[in-house]
Design a protein around this ligand. Structure first.
Ligand SMILES: Nc1ncnc2c1ncn2[C@@H]1O[C@H](COP(=O)(O)OP(=O)(O)OP(=O)(O)O)[C@@H](O)[C@H]1O
Length: 581
């Protein structure tokens, strides 16, 4: 939690002024019972109207000053806590952006969302209340005790006994509930995950008539969360009645003692009222302190979760110095590469070696889960190889400075992701200075020109979140165009034509083939027809490189490739057999 303090640095002044003004408010609050005691013991006892009116105005002035201090403290506390939360949110967001896919896979999106939103808000609340009340309540409680001593030492002893007992009860409750609050946030993660899954997969859920099961599952998770929340709530709620009971017992003792002292002539009636007022002030403060402790508990648990994210170090480091491509080197080289995902035991790729010449088109084919996407994600350095080396332009991908490698590469991921905003804004993700002409050119190659032409406002057409106001195929074509706008040296299409019909897929490949310059292209596909013309085809089978070569070479040398090909073109099997005879 202390590690988050640096985000408050900018608000040092506010963080000091807020408790300072609260302290001033406390001073005024503590003087009030003394003034009331004087009104009773002097003004009323001596029937001095002038004195009573004078003290009455002093009380009004003190109330006004107290209120001003309270508002000022509130202003500074709000400014500090809102600013702190904004800094913290930004820092966590920046940090997440810097984590590698390995860490993101391990952490999971749902907990990141909860920590970035709900947890940061809870920390903000805790800070706001803490700055105002954390010092006020102890000031009042201890101040009341000190003031009680100035009135009557024997009566003040009641405060001396009551206060540590009250603090002990609060501490025990805090000790028990902090770990539980952490658990609550963990269950909130689970509810967030389920909500996300259900909302993004709503069509599938309806298509499979699984609404009831989804509702039941959500209900179960939600009930789990509610139960734990109720349990923690009950423990926290115990603090209030416990405080009341203890304070009331203390008040009974106080009045009994004060009564004896008045009878002995050691105290005046007004002083008894002042002592009672101090006890009453303590009740109010301790009740506030109880709810403050609950908020601080929550906030401490959330702060730890947020700090936990900031503690995660990226497993990837980047070189500072720029590197230049080695002359006459292959465009991409895999040198005996093995890769295992952080959370899985078996490698997804084993001992992969190959070299690609600049400008070549490479087809990557293989069954589901054979490692095709994994292989291309090592070229962009989304992950680091567990063993072996990946070289781009003759340079180890680990030797490129941050961003330098990815600027060379245009990636079209398997799942088409677009962002809220105009088509033009989405297209410019690849290159800020792209002109409309560049964008239309890319759209033409990606077979998306007609789609955009038909939309209202064309390039200004507004895409909803994730491009949900487009069809799957339209989204894919736009993501291909976005990668092309970048004019990359390398283009990776990860099964990006899966939602395209055969004619469009063929037209797209033809257009890509005619791309000017030396674009090295990787086409990941399950369709043999899509990669058949490639200069080199890599055949993956359960993470192993089962074959590499051209279509003709693989047809004669690679059993896995032949099986894939014949499963999609059964009529060719007969011709092949006849030719082999
Ligand atoms: N983030 C991940 N964490 C752990 N294992 C993963 C992860 N992503 C993929 N895998 C595993 O790695 C293997 C290869 O997956 P990959 O996505 O590369 O296959 P693919 O050939 O692209 O499959 P598909 O054609 O279905 O997209 C699979 O066994 C998969 O379960």
């Amino acid at each position: 939690m202390r590690s988050l303090a640096c985000y408050l640095k900018e608000y040092k002044k506010e963080s000091i002024l807020a408790p300072f003004f609260k302290f001033l408010e406390v001073v005024f609050d503590l003087i009030v019972p003394l003034v009331i005691a004087q009104i009773i013991d002097v003004g009323v006892a001596q029937n001095d109207h002038g004195y009573i009116v004078q003290r009455f105005f002093i009380l009004i002035l003190m109330a006004a000053a107290g209120l001003t201090c309270s508002f000022t403290a509130q202003y500074f506390a709000a400014k500090a806590s809102v600013g702190f939360a904004a800094n913290l949110r930004q820092a966590v967001f920046d940090h997440i952006q810097r984590l590698s896919f390995s860490e993101l896979d391990t952490l999971g999106t749902d907990t990141l969302i909860t920590r970035l939103t709900d947890d940061v808000n809870q920390v903000q609340n805790g800070l706001n209340m803490g700055l105002r009340l954390l010092l006020r309540s102890p000031f009042i409680v201890l101040g009341s005790m000190v003031m009680a001593f100035t009135i009557n030492i024997r009566c003040a002893l009641v405060f001396v006994v009551a206060i540590p007992i009250l603090f002990l009860v609060a501490f025990v409750i805090m000790y028990v509930s902090i770990p539980l609050f952490k658990k609550v946030q963990g269950r909130l993660d689970a509810v967030t995950r389920l909500t996300r899954e259900n909302l993004t997969g709503v069509r599938v859920i309806r298509a499979f008539c699984r609404e009831e099961q989804s509702v039941e599952e959500f209900d179960a998770r939600n009930r789990d969360l509610t139960k734990l929340n109720e349990f923690v709530g009950r423990i926290s709620a115990f603090l209030n009645p416990a405080t009341y009971v203890l304070i009331n017992i203390a008040t009974v003792f106080l009045i009994q003692k004060a009564g004896v002292e008045v009878n002995l002539g050691n105290m005046q009636q007004g002083e008894v009222v002042a002592l009672y007022n101090y006890m009453a002030q303590m009740i109010v403060e301790l009740i506030k302190l109880a709810s403050l402790i609950i908020t601080l508990n929550k906030s401490a648990a959330c702060a730890e979760r947020v700090a936990g994210i900031l503690k995660v170090r990226s497993s990837m480091d980047y070189k500072e110095k720029n590197v230049s491509a080695k002359k006459n080197s292959p465009a991409v080289t895999f040198d005996n590469v093995t890769f295992c995902y952080q959370n899985s035991k078996a490698p997804s790729l084993s001992n992969i070696s190959f070299s690609i010449k600049p400008g070549q088109t490479v087809g990557i084919i293989g069954g589901t889960g054979s490692g095709k996407s994994t292989l291309v994600s090592l070229i962009t350095r989304f992950y680091d190889a567990s063993e072996g080396k990946v070289l781009v332009d003759g340079v180890d991908v680990k030797d490129y400075p941050r961003g330098a490698l990815r600027r060379k590469i245009g990636v079209v991921p398997q799942k088409a992701a677009l962002f809220q905003g105009s088509i033009r804004a989405n297209m410019k993700w690849g290159r800020d200075d792209a002109t409309d002409k560049d964008i239309w050119e890319a759209l033409t190659i990606a077979q998306a020109k007609e789609i955009v032409e038909k939309k209202d406002g064309q390039l200004d057409f507004h895409l909803e979140q994730n491009g949900r106001n487009l069809s799957g195929g339209q989204r894919q074509r736009l993501t291909i165009a976005r990668a092309l706008v970048k004019k990359p040296e390398f283009l990776i299409l990860d099964d990006s034509a899966s939602a395209l019909d055969f004619a469009t897929d063929a037209a797209l490949r033809k257009a890509l083939h005619s791309l000017s310059g030396n674009v090295t292209t990787f086409l990941v596909s399950q369709r043999a027809a899509s990669i058949r013309q490639a200069d080199l085809i890599l055949v993956l089978d359960d993470g192993l490189l089962a074959g590499k070569g051209t279509h003709q070479e693989l047809m004669s040398s690679c059993e896995t490739y032949r099986e894939i090909f014949f499963s999609q073109f059964p009529e060719e099997r007969k011709n092949y057999k006849e030719a082999a005879k």
